[in-house]
Design a protein around this ligand. Structure first.
Ligand SMILES: C[S@@+](CC[C@H](N)C(=O)[O-])C[C@H]1O[C@@H](n2cnc3c(N)ncnc32)[C@H](O)[C@@H]1O
Length: 267
């Protein structure tokens, strides 16, 4: 009889919707589904549902094609700042902060100072915000993202910008290394990670124990635009996380997104 794990992973990795996701993420999700459903068809359905919540809801295949077209246009002389702006519009998370991007990063750096080396966890299209971050040219930027096409696009952009750094295609729940970063960004990402695996955000923050400052943000509104007391809910979430990992917590005033800086006690 076929190995159920191998057969669910096989279907997922040959589906056009999920084949670009990091193999560790597909296997982790398939394992989760098989533990809960004895019938392979049910396990496959549950795995697809979970992957859709974590990945499919933010990006559609049309956006990925548009992203690649924009990068190709850069090679034939398109304006880099305009390209980045257009790309940020393609991903729901980055589109939401596009109008106030400079103010968003200015508010963060006012709290943290300029980092020398950023680790951007589950970065999405956030690398395309680099031209608007107001950082010194020497600041290193390392992105980790589960979608191969997004990760590759960020890598192409870094080369174009001449920004030191790299873009890794990986599952951040699979054992990410801080790599000497002095600041990590986990923007609108922790709730998404907790939906993939209970307690994932706490585990991630524990793995980033050697990073002096971790900036986490939460959406202030749902994808449908409603407020529903989200700010209060997420504020309690981040306060609880800070207490569990023994970090100081500073909230950064910003209207559209709840921004919190988790600072190692001695920094
Ligand atoms: C909510 S979006 C946040 C994007 C970005 N941080 C921002 O705020 O602009 C979630 C992003 O995280 C990525 N992602 C989700 N789970 C991941 C995982 N386990 N490992 C790596 N990337 C992940 C998704 O592909 C998606 O691009």
């Amino acid at each position: 009889m076929a190995d159920p794990l191998a057969s669910v992973v096989g279907v997922l990795s040959s589906s056009s919707k999920y084949r670009d996701l990091a193999p560790e993420a597909l296997e982790r999700t398939a394992r989760w589904a098989i533990e809960r459903h004895s019938r392979p068809a049910e396990a496959l359905k549950a795995a697809k549902r979970k992957l859709h919540q974590a990945f499919g809801a933010y990006l559609d295949p049309g956006s990925l094609r548009a992203l690649e077209r924009r990068l190709d246009a850069l090679d034939t002389g398109a304006d880099i700042v305009e390209t980045c702006r257009a790309v940020l519009r393609l991903h729901r998370s980055s589109a939401e902060r596009l109008d106030r991007l400079d103010a968003f990063y200015a508010a963060i750096w006012a709290q943290t100072g300029f980092p020398a080396h950023i680790l951007d966890v589950a970065a999405g299209f956030n690398g395309f915000a680099l031209p608007f971050m107001g950082l010194p040219p020497s600041t290193r930027y390392r992105a980790v993202e589960a979608n191969r096409r997004v990760a590759e696009a960020t890598g192409r952009l870094l080369k174009r910008l001449g920004r030191p750094g790299e873009s890794l295609w990986a599952d951040v729940l699979g054992g990410i290394e801080s790599g000497g970063a002095d600041l990590a960004l986990a923007l609108k990402t922790l709730p998404c990670l907790d939906r993939q695996d209970d307690g994932a955000s706490l585990a991630l923050l524990r793995r980033l124990a050697d990073v002096p400052q971790v900036v986490v943000t939460y959406p202030a509104r749902s994808l449908g635009g409603r407020e529903k007391g989200m700010r209060e809910t997420y504020r309690s979430h981040v306060e609880a996380l800070a207490a569990r990992i023994g970090r100081d917590l500073a909230l950064v005033p910003f209207e559209d997104e709840l921004i919190a800086v988790l600072r190692r006690a001695e920094t």
